[in-house]
Design a protein around this ligand. Structure first.
Ligand SMILES: [Fe+2]
Length: 556
């Protein structure tokens, strides 16, 4: 199956989602909040404001026969969008060439004010494993041209897949220089693993400042925050270059939220947080190239899903926020077997999918670290319980499944950590005899954390690494990971940028390469920069301006 959502849990709500899709015009609109609203009538497109496509274009969730195309009309992106309260027809077309001489599909979507004038087109009827170009037209304006690529046929014997994964691009912490370089890579898709926006308050001592006056809580506030991020030209370039497969983590809503529990339950009532989550989910959907099945319904948004790339790889996209138990506060609590990171339904869905995917590789597009991550040298162990370290019994159960022979080459790709961590995965990280059953590559951040202090990082973590034999490589510079996959092996390259504190004239370098051989669980570092270079390239240059960061990682 090329693309698989779990069966809809609620037929009525699935129907409601179709009614709210913004593509069909009916007498009543049922919003994700469940409230019915009168549908505005189509307006005169000749009187639209100018500058409709300030947020660029995007595509996502590639299938063998189609892809989702996205844009949002927002002539005044930081102030609610600036569109009149009317339906707007938006023409779209898909061509085999970037000059649109061979158009293969076209149609008209409706940008709806109830969805921030966003447009999601689920184009079908395309050929597998092909590059296509797309664009939109609204009123008299034509969007930038996007490039996308369909997935190979389900049973295609695929010899190569090349993708990048990224996470954590805090606007305030740095420029998206990593995306400038990613746009020039040769990729089939980009997986984004969470923290697309940060909800933190604007600060004037950072490299650039969040819009607004505080944390977002309402739909309009989350829209403005998403829109600000989407105005970045480097981010737009990567969206326009490759299809993205996205999932979210905590900062799209609230730091370290868990299901219906906010970071600070003493300051946000359950009702207030539920309203906040509904607003944040809707704004997230409005700004992402997601299929209609992921449209929020009430409090829920269906984000865990599977995508297949021929017989070579399946991407199991996880959601470790919506269904998790609240973070524990002690190791004893972390070992409670009733605790779950995914919820029971998602766990059953994941295990079934891992077992019957039929592909050589199984990638888990995941948010927080699986590999045990002690934060203190010496016999005492200190953990961040927001990670899988806080959900140990479930983690062990899943890792024992990895080692059971019932799935093929599981590799977890992870965001959140703002550092790179290449690790072997074992059911029991404290037992030297516990078998290696899989691999986790935790990517760094695009900008979160700013230009890093590599010396302080290694001073803290090198001694812990000596006590953590499952860690094979650690680094805290900014960048992304490129994964080159064949039936025989996966070679992952850590690409680091020289700085995120200046917008242009930056360089990128391969800091290290990690090899995973098929049917031989475990990761090997096959190349890395000499440590002197690793500690200087990307480190804060002496005498250069320094900025505050609102990194949420524990300081070292
Ligand atoms: Fe983050």
């Amino acid at each position: 199956m090329p693309f698989e959502y779990p069966q809809p849990r609620r037929r009525f709500l699935a129907k409601a989602a179709v009614a709210t899709a913004g593509m069909a015009i009916g007498p009543v609109l049922i919003g994700p909040d469940g409230v019915s609203r009168a549908v505005p009538v189509p307006g005169n497109t000749s009187s639209l404001p100018s500058g409709l496509f300030t947020l660029g274009v995007a595509s996502g969730d590639p299938l063998p026969d189609g892809v989702v195309l996205w844009t949002r009309l927002a002539p005044d992106p930081l102030n609610g969008g600036g569109m009149p309260n009317q339906l707007v027809p938006v023409q779209w077309e898909v061509a085999e060439d970037d000059r649109f001489r061979r158009v293969v599909r076209r149609g008209v979507a409706t940008a709806h004010p109830g969805f921030g004038h966003s447009v999601h087109v689920d184009v079908r009827g395309l050929r597998p494993d092909r590059v296509y170009y797309y664009r939109f037209r609204a009123g008299r304006e034509i969007s930038p041209v996007g490039r996308t690529r369909t997935a190979p046929a389900v049973n295609a014997r695929l010899n190569r897949l090349r993708f990048a994964f990224a996470s954590c691009h805090n606007w305030q912490d740095g420029y998206y220089t990593a995306y400038h370089h990613m746009a020039a890579e040769d990729l089939d898709f980009v997986a984004f693993l969470g923290d697309y926006i940060y909800e933190s308050v604007p600060r004037t001592t950072t490299v650039r400042t969040h819009e607004g006056t505080g944390e977002p809580y309402t739909l309009v506030e989350y829209r403005n925050r998403h829109a600000q991020y989407k105005t970045d030209p480097n981010l737009q370039a990567v969206h326009a270059a490759f299809p993205w497969i996205v999932t979210l983590d905590d900062h799209e809503i609230d730091n370290n939220w868990a299901d219906e529990i906010p970071q600070d339950p003493d300051q946000q009532s359950p009702e207030a947080f539920r309203a906040r989550r509904i607003a944040a989910f809707q704004a997230y959907y409005e700004h992402m190239p997601l299929r209609r099945e992921s449209m929020p319904v009430g409090l829920d948004m269906q984000l865990y899903r599977r995508l297949r790339f021929g017989n070579l790889a399946t991407v199991h996209v996880l959601d470790t926020r919506q269904y998790r138990s609240d973070q524990p506060t002690t190791l004893e609590e972390a070992m409670d077997p009733s605790r779950t990171m995914t919820g029971d339904e998602q766990e059953a869905w994941l295990l079934a999918g891992l077992e019957r995917s039929g592909t050589r590789w199984n990638f888990l597009a995941n948010q927080v670290m699986w590999a045990q991550n002690d934060r203190r040298a010496g016999p005492e162990q200190v953990f961040d319980f927001d990670n899988w370290d806080g959900y140990r019994v479930q983690r062990r159960r899943l890792l024992e499944f990895f080692g059971s022979g019932r799935t093929s080459n599981p590799v977890v790709i992870t965001g959140d950590r703002h550092c790179t961590w290449a690790s072997d995965l074992k059911p029991d990280f404290d037992d030297p005899h516990s078998p290696v059953v899989g691999v986790e590559i935790t990517g760094t951040s695009i900008s979160s954390g700013g230009d890093s202090d590599t010396v302080a990082f290694h001073n803290t973590y090198d001694p812990i690494m000596a006590e953590s034999p499952h860690w094979k490589y650690i680094d805290n510079r900014r960048g992304y990971i490129v994964c080159d996959v064949t039936p025989q092996r996966m070679l992952s390259s850590l690409r680091v940028v020289s700085t995120v504190w200046q917008p242009t004239d930056t360089t990128v370098a391969t800091a290290a390469e990690f090899l995973v051989e098929a049917d031989r669980p475990g990761v090997t570092v096959v190349s890395q920069q000499p440590s002197s270079q690793a500690r200087s390239f990307g480190a804060r240059p002496p005498g250069e301006p320094r900025y505050d960061v609102d990194d949420d990682q524990p300081q070292f």
